[in-house]
Design a protein around this ligand. Sequence first.
Ligand SMILES: [Zn+2]
Length: 492
Amino acid sequence: MEEQAKSGKGGGKEPPQVTEITPQSKDFSQWYLDVVRRAELADYTPVKGCMAIRPYGYAIWELIQQSLDKRFKATGHVNAYFPLFIPASLLMKEKEHVEGFAPQVAWVTKGGDEELAEPLVVRPTSEVIIGTMYSKWIKSWRDLPVLINQWANVVRWEKVTRPFLRTTEFLWQEGHTAHETEAEAQEETLRILALYKDFAETELAMPVVDGQKSESEKFAGASKTYSIEALMGDGRALQAGTSHNLGQNFAKAFEIQFQGRDKTLQHAWTTSWGVSTRMIGGLIMTHGDDNGLILPPRVAPYQVVIVPIPRGNWEETVLPKARELEAELTRQGIRVMLDKRDAYTPGWKFAEWELRGVPVRIEIGPKDIEKAQVVVARRDTRAKSSLPMENIGAAVTDLLDEIQKALLQRALKFREEHTSRAATYDEFKIAMEGRPGFVIAGWCGSGECEATIKAETQATLRNIPFGSESVAGTCVKCGSASSVEAWFAKAY
Ligand SMILES: [Zn+2]
């Protein structure tokens, strides 16, 4: 990851200049890097392709983790941990898997000053090590299903990297399950995809299209791959999560066998699924604007920031009231930050917290206290209004819910406005060139048509959404009969 972001100034007494953040319309990609750096989400490190996630960015990740973890446990999954290193010979066991990952693998060939007899790879994903352990743990149909999730870091040697979106090392969760029947494995694969969709839309306010990947885009070694795809503010798609039905491919390669109810020896049916810190990149590019980050309340480290207005002996008059307000909001379960630093002006603080995406700002000064009210500013609409101090906790809770819903609605509207249909290849090319976004088109199922479209327009087949698997029409590329409608986009 090369140093591309401008260095943020900050730290001064004056309001930060909005020019510190490149406008989206000028250069979306630079806007993104500016927001990541200036909002203190992540920073570059001396390690090529690896970022440091700063406390504010990590707090978002923790909220994502907690919320997902709760959902995994509610659907019967448990957490465990497996080694970071994988013996090279194990990785070689599943042919398609190794072909898919070999170019991206980091190798360990030396330990201390000794050459290793067998090199190790740093996990790019854990199917092979977990599959090996499952072959020891699973003996009978009574041992199934196994429903394990791991929170971990993985390493994929990337040539071009961008903070959160593609980094050499990243954080994620990877679920690995084993089942008695093919039907149960398929049910699990789809259950998790639905869980991811609900998470993305409910918590991140990020609408996603859920569907099946084409052969060329599926996970190396999987029978079927499903994804959720989001649309970013620049009209490019982001694959935000995947769920794979691995069939018996890994069970056969790693001898995950069990004695069935009929006493015969059978191979298990396995799945794997994951989402990563990439979600944070999605969050930034779904909601952010020229003033910086906009965080949906459910994943905002601070949902409310209170800025006291320092007039007169404010530390004896305003500050106690601000503290009372802080305590009251905290009692309501709201994550609140009282910014009482006196080295910064209120104007500086307003711009700073706006840039860092805090959903609600509350201003409180001597005049407000006289009127028993506070001034409330929303980050999403930047609208300001007054709220009475009485029942402020309930009012702010309602406001946070309203903002959460409004962000999802706004993102949905944006996606609708940036999704079009193409009946012919000319229409398709015009749509892809003219307006960024999704283009829905018939597809004959041929990998050749898909590859030509990609080569000529840079658009990839994102997925075939549920409900579009049997729509008769004609292939947008070759004109022959098609039986599915696919969603195409230029993608991250
Ligand atoms: Zn075709």
